[in-house]
Write a protein that binds this ligand. Sequence first.
Ligand code: ZN
Length: 680
Amino acid sequence: MKKLTLICMASMLMACGAEKTSTPKIEDFKYTVDKFADIEILRYRVPDFEKLSLKQKELVYYLNQAALEGRDILYDQNNKYNLCVRRTLEAVYVNYRGDRQSADFTKLTTYLKRVWMGNGIHHHYSEDKFVPEFSEKFFEEAVKSIDAEKLPLSKGETVDALIAMLKPIIFDPAVYPKRTNQAEGVDLIRTSANNYYGEGVSQSEVESFYGKMKNPNDSTPVSYGLNSKLVKKDGVLVEETYKVGGLYSAAITKIIGWLEKTATVTENDKQKDVINTLIDFYKTGNLKTYDEYSIKWVKDLASQIDFVNGFTETYGDPLGMKASWESMVNFKNIEATKRTEIISSNAQWFEDHSPIDPKFKKEKVKGVSAKVITVTMLAGDCYPATPIGVNLPNSNWIRHEYGSKSVTIENITEAYDQASLGNGFAEEFIWSDVERKRAKDFASLTNNLHTDLHECLGHGSGKLLPGVDPDALKAYGSTVEEARADLFGLYYMGDPKITELRLLPDKDAYKAEYYQFIMNGLLTQLTRIQPGKNIEEAHMRNRQLIASWVYEKGKTDKVIEMVERNGKTFVVVNNYEKLRTLFGQLLAEIQRIKSTGDFESGKNLVETYGVKVNQILHTEVLKRYKKLNLAPYRGFVNPVYTLVKNGKGEITDVTISYNENYIDQHLRYSNEFSSLPTFN
Ligand code: ZN
């Protein structure tokens, strides 16, 4: 597999005269691309890309390319055999001349798709190793049937040796069973399959190595260990730093190459400085430079184009120090960001009119402005599975002194929402066409607005009485806090102020969110709970707490009913105005509990309404859900961007297309963006 970046540039030259793009309409867009194992692959639209200036489009293009160059880094970080497994399977997939319709070949294809989804041999979410359904015998025959030159053989290695090495890696569930082990009582480093630490390095060695580096009096510590692999050389621990001339040098050099191309097209000097500082960091691996970069990045609020590119999140290291490589390129969704700005600038009005006791209100409230973004490229640890929001940087002292950027990714949530329409879920669980129509018209909008109100205002509203311990609610604290933020949002969604501020287009739109929230809290979120289990996660407890409290309190007035039809249970909301009043009452009580640190009432509320699951209803819901045969996990393919040049070789446009399927995309990435050796 070799880097074909030059050829790729040449093929782009041929794209002259490509059609001018415009964003396809939601109705005409086919969101679902592929389905296999427990995964559904979607595509996402990039609305308004064509409205960016030519320079901005060019900037996006280079940042996109820089994003894709890091792909192999993550594979190698996840497990040291991942690139070898992927390259071997891709070689078989492309070159196999046997029966491509056979059951074995189909199973090999599914396994390869799963490797792409997990960026390696482990499930992207559970982190457990998955094993193929084809036989070792078929694997051996298939590998041997293709030209040896196509295989990722090391110098002098035979095909037999490659097969012998890979068999246990691919087929034996006991070899590298878990990517990141978090189990108590074992050596987390030795029992994790990922590649952040070298052979024979133990957890206690790692802890003492970094323990010595850390100075407890340093108020601005770097993120120790973030960008390196810790290995043992002649019995001594040393860091192999990810940088030019260090580990992953070839890929990092490519990333820098694309970043350097942005020099003539950045939007402003601040942005140019951000990118140059990142380049510096990639060249030196110096973590002080990384902090400088993070500070400059978080302070750049003026640019419309923004990105994440680098060693960022540390979930993959059981000790939380080493960061996986990821990238996400995006531009600010100016219309949607206006929405969060309107909310933030009216924060005091919302606080003043909140239905809570005046003595718990903040005299001066500051709304947080989160920006709404449109992603243009997902890569590394953001691909194929991706977050729907990001809050960076991670360094605590930088967050404290300089703040953080909080973003919600609206074109990704749009894809999720749209793909869910028509998958049978709404038909199965929603009471009638009235609610379904409202969901179709408004649910995406109201969902986003509820999240904005929750994040920008809900968490920041209200205050503790003097002397109240912020941790007084102990284990119930986070459920109560989430309930407070959700209720704040729910209460205001139905307020005339919302249509007055033009945050919703219709005075009945909020009903879509109310219905969905109650249905989810009373019924459908149970699909995520194992049979016989209670609810543990704070957000889920909060949702059930709210839904069952208002159901209970509104019972005599039949505000909400649970109705049985043909042996199936449905939620019916009869009185939305009354429901809003109940949300307001519960908000007042929850705020009182929080403000006064009333542990007993908090505990009572959560235990009575938020934890226990109605077993009969749970069994019914699980049965209905199973019949729908929905994939529990989703990943994405990216659009394809093409430079358009005129006869003089000048760039005249960047076009975007949405036609690439899952297999073609991964094979292309493996061709064009694969500069690392098989073993690093
Ligand atoms: Zn929250």
